[in-house]
Design a protein. Structure first.
Length: 278
């Protein structure tokens, strides 16, 4: 009798399994395909992405990311999936900027628990650290050891294939913004006093033209030394920490307010009113 009951339970379980599994069963066996309209695209040409899922999941978008040859994310989007399982995305590119690299770009797509990827070739401005444009580029990278002033601090730096246009503190973002003009792919190594900019145990966050980039950082005494690579065409390096020196105008304003306040207090005690000349 017991064996008959067990057999009935097994048969019932097999019948109900597809229904009990529900959406998770569908996701684990989902078929997800993605292609591009073309295998390669010229610089500035829009990239057409089309995809198809076998089973749609209500309220679930397809997540699309495009990664450059250097590993930077140049595009990210959530795309609605139609009832027939299809989805598409047209990605605008640019000549330079985030799309300055020539080479193989990777499209990563996630839908539910499933993911897939496809590659395409893109003709940007540079490739794998080798400058393809322009004609006036330096044939060899020349190291230049220089010094730049910020407030009353002297910052030493070495720079290849570029020159610094300006160095500005951003107190709101607790960062230093370095504007550069490049001749080819290069590297900035800069020594920063900790009373100019500092960070906690999580370290500095470095952006090159808005994209996070890998860097090297070392701390010796009261100084940080950062080494930051950049590509030809880069215009701005932002070094983000947890503290940055205020701009001179802010300091000067505070000093002036304190001075005037002190004079007013002293004058009041002496029953005299004295307004300093500006």
């Amino acid at each position: 009798m017991k064996s008959k009951e067990v057999s009935i339970l097994i048969i019932a379980s097999l019948i109900l399994l597809p229904f009990l599994g529900g959406e998770s069963f569908a996701q684990s066996n989902q078929v997800l395909t993605v292609t591009t309209e073309n295998e390669s695209y010229a610089a500035g040409e829009p990239v057409e992405i089309v995809g198809l899922v076998e089973i749609t999941l209500e309220g679930t978008p397809a997540i699309i990311r495009i990664v450059s040859p250097a590993g930077n994310i140049v595009h990210a989007a959530q795309v609605d999936v139609e009832t027939d399982g299809s989805f598409s995305e047209t990605v605008s590119t640019s000549i330079g900027g985030k799309w300055k690299e020539t080479g193989t770009y990777t499209i990563l797509v996630n839908y539910g628990d499933n993911s897939t990827q496809v590659e395409f070739e893109y003709g940007g401005m540079i490739s794998a650290g080798v400058q393809t444009t322009p004609e006036f580029a330096m044939e060899e990278n020349e190291d230049t050891s220089q010094t730049i002033m910020i407030e009353d601090h002297s910052l030493d730096y070495n720079l290849t294939c570029a020159e610094i246009q300006s160095l500005t503190p951003d107190t709101e973002n607790k960062s230093l913004i370095v504007s550069i003009k490049t001749d080819c792919d290069g590297e900035l190594t800069i020594t920063l006093p900790k009373d100019v900019i500092d960070t906690d145990e999580e370290g500095f966050f470095i952006l090159v033209d808005g994209d996070e980039t890998n860097h090297k950082a070392s701390s010796v005494g009261e100084f940080w030394t950062l080494t930051i690579p950049f590509s030809y065409g880069s215009e701005e390096i932002e070094i983000i920490g947890t503290f940055v020196i205020p701009e001179f105008g802010t300091i000067a304003g505070l000093v002036l307010i304190l001075a005037i306040t002190s004079i007013i207090i002293i004058s009041a005690k002496n029953k005299q009113i004295f307004i300093p000349k500006m």
